[in-house]
Design a binder for this molecule. Structure first.
Ligand SMILES: [Zn+2]
Ligand SMILES: [Zn+2]
Length: 296
């Protein structure tokens, strides 16, 4: 086993090379099961995710905290939906942050918002980037992580400013527009190495230029699944959410990411799984399948 089991400074978590990685949960929420599983019939998906009376399946908004202690870098991958939702929309998505939230999750690791040096945004959908901004004491929007550089793909930034009618409701400008007026937005061009030993896996199926960070260690890695592999059930390549703009592209991208994880005995961290943060894969009839949960 290459992933070190030595005790992490901010346990629980795993150590991948220079990176000490933990899962942080911002909120519970729920989305329509049919939308989460696309063409999969309900009798199949409801065995994996039991829906509520309104056909919604329970989800978590999961972020990653990755710390490079030697370089003094504190990286947050996604920010969750944040706390400035209006009550109607919060009820629609069953948004619930009781006992959760990034403030509490960071505090448990002895950290505060101002210590986050980098926010790596996979994409700007509201469950991932709502927490980029929050309302300050006077009601004005402010950056939630005031000292952080925010990394986002340039092509995604452009798309988020002119999405299609189909995915427009998944973006909320007040979550991210403030970044345009700061010097804390780093628009990334493709697969640039923005952090040491971090590869950006670019995915075009879910939205335009979703970037999934892959943290490399000694012959292993951890990939944040974001909305490419949001839950354990989505390890099945054809289980693809109806939110995806190009589901067949997602299919190919997912097969690639899972095959690479299997080859490296890597960890796949889920973006929204309600029950586990991450897993390692095994092989069944030549295909990557769930093998074991990984505590992050
Ligand atoms: Zn998304
Ligand atoms: Zn998502």
């Amino acid at each position: 086993m290459v992933v070190s089991s030595r005790r992490a400074l901010y346990a629980p978590g795993v150590i991948i090379g220079r990176w000490d990685i933990a899962s942080l949960v911002d909120a519970r929420f729920a989305l329509d099961g049919g939308a989460m599983f696309g063409v999969v019939p309900r009798p199949e998906w409801e065995r994996a995710a039991a829906p509520d009376a309104r056909n919604r399946v329970p989800l978590l908004a999961r972020c990653l905290l990755a710390i490079d202690r030697d370089a003094g870098r504190v990286v947050l991958v996604d920010t969750g939906p944040g706390d400035k939702w209006d009550p109607g929309r919060a009820a629609h998505d069953a948004l619930d942050r009781a006992g959760l939230g990034l403030d509490a999750a960071l505090a448990r690791r002895g950290l505060g918002r101002e210590q986050v040096t980098d926010v790596l945004l996979t994409h700007l959908h509201v469950h991932h980037a709502g927490g980029v901004t929050r309302r300050g004491p006077g009601g004005a929007l402010e950056l939630s992580f005031p000292r952080a550089t925010h990394h986002l793909q340039r092509r995604h930034w452009t798309w988020a400013h002119g999405p299609s009618d189909r995915d427009g409701p998944t973006f909320t400008a007040e979550d991210f527009e403030l970044l345009a007026h700061t010097d804390q937005l780093h628009l990334v061009e493709g697969e640039a190495e923005i952090l040491p030993d971090v590869e950006l896996v670019l995915c075009e199926g879910h939205t335009v230029a979703q970037q999934l960070p892959r943290f490399h260690g000694d012959q292993t890695h951890l990939t944040f699944g974001g909305d490419l592999v949001p839950t354990r059930a989505h390890l099945e390549p054809s289980w693809i959410s109806a939110f995806d703009l190009q589901p067949v592209t997602t299919l190919e991208e997912k097969k690639m990411v899972l095959a690479e994880a299997l080859e490296d005995d890597g960890v796949v961290a889920f973006g929204h799984d309600p029950g586990m943060a991450a897993c390692r894969l095994g092989e069944e009839e030549g295909h990557p399948v769930f093998r074991e949960r990984v505590e992050l």
